[in-house]
Design a protein around this ligand. Sequence first.
Ligand SMILES: [Zn+2]
Length: 199
Amino acid sequence: MDQKGRFAYLIEQLMELPGVGRKSAQRMAFYILKMPAESAKKIGQAIIDVKDMLSFCKICNNISEGEICAICASPNRDSQRVVVVEEPSTLYAIERTGEYKGLYHVLLGALSPLSETNGTELTIKNLIERLEKGGISEVIIATNPNIEGEATAIYLTRLIKPLHIKVTRIACGIPVGVDLEYADEVTLAKSLEGRREIG
Ligand SMILES: [Zn+2]
């Protein structure tokens, strides 16, 4: 490969990443070229390490160092409850609360009602098979409160209900520490809809 070819090849490879078009890829490639060799090598090595050492958990699709992730492998988790999330980053956010002791299922995306996707690239089939095996009494749907997340929640509910498993959706509402008068109408309406009895 000649010099020009090598640079073009890097641009092409960067364009494989989501949301990276030719312009951004070119900008990144120039940046990499100008970077100290040590820093650029760190990026390359981090990519290699992730691919060599990490994969998706065979049960819940969380990021895992082995075939089964630490959460699925733990005997201290409540195996009757499963929280369904779109991405591992949401799983980490819920874990940080320290409030949830059940298991998870990571969809690795959400259904997009406006595009052609029918969800086969998601891990929905995997989830249903898992539920059919029994032992799970509640599925808590924690997909994002946007069009895709809501569509996914509705679709999942339709699939799970016939299995006679309780399906719940996380509440949407007012962020803690915010004055109600500053909340937008949709959030305020959602928080009214998701109200609960006190005491
Ligand atoms: Zn797992």
